[in-house]
Design a protein around this ligand. Structure first.
Ligand SMILES: [Zn+2]
Ligand SMILES: [Zn+2]
Length: 142
């Protein structure tokens, strides 16, 4: 008897099982952050935990593929397609000088010519004074 094939569940590429646990963890944290009470918080602030998790997860996948070369191109493309990482953000990280970009808004505001609001992610490390902590106004990173 031939097996009945269904197209309902598409199998992820090889290697996914190795990182599935970590991705599940991110998904759980994301759900928790979304369900958290937003009472008493500014609207942008309530989005920070969600953006932080999305950032960390994108970074994880970026490093798996580009730095550690631990996953295949096929798996990497699949993860982007499935929304596990922000392809736009990763595209920026690949450019010199943008490796630390915390969120896309940081370069969008610069394009819109907001003066005096350069986020820490756009400041070269050498120019940072020790002990200075600057939070990104968009995503709360750093
Ligand atoms: Zn930034
Ligand atoms: Zn940011």
């Amino acid at each position: 008897m031939p097996k009945i094939r269904t197209t309902r569940t598409k199998k992820p590429p090889e290697g996914f099982e190795d990182i599935e646990g970590i991705l599940d963890d991110y998904a759980k944290k994301m759900r928790d952050a979304e369900n958290e009470s937003h009472e008493g918080k500014r609207k942008t602030e309530s989005l920070w935990p969600i953006m932080r998790i999305a950032h960390t997860r994108s970074r994880y996948i970026y490093e798996l593929y580009y730095k550690r070369e631990a996953i295949s191109k096929e798996l990497y493309d699949w993860l982007l397609k499935e929304g596990y990482a922000d392809a736009n953000l990763i595209a920026k990280w690949k450019k010199p000088g943008y490796e630390k970009l915390c969120c896309l808004r940081c370069i969008q505001t610069r394009d819109m010519n907001y003066q005096g609001s350069t986020c820490i992610c756009r400041v070269p490390k050498a120019q940072l004074r020790a002990g200075t902590i600057v939070e990104c106004v968009h995503c709360g990173k750093f």
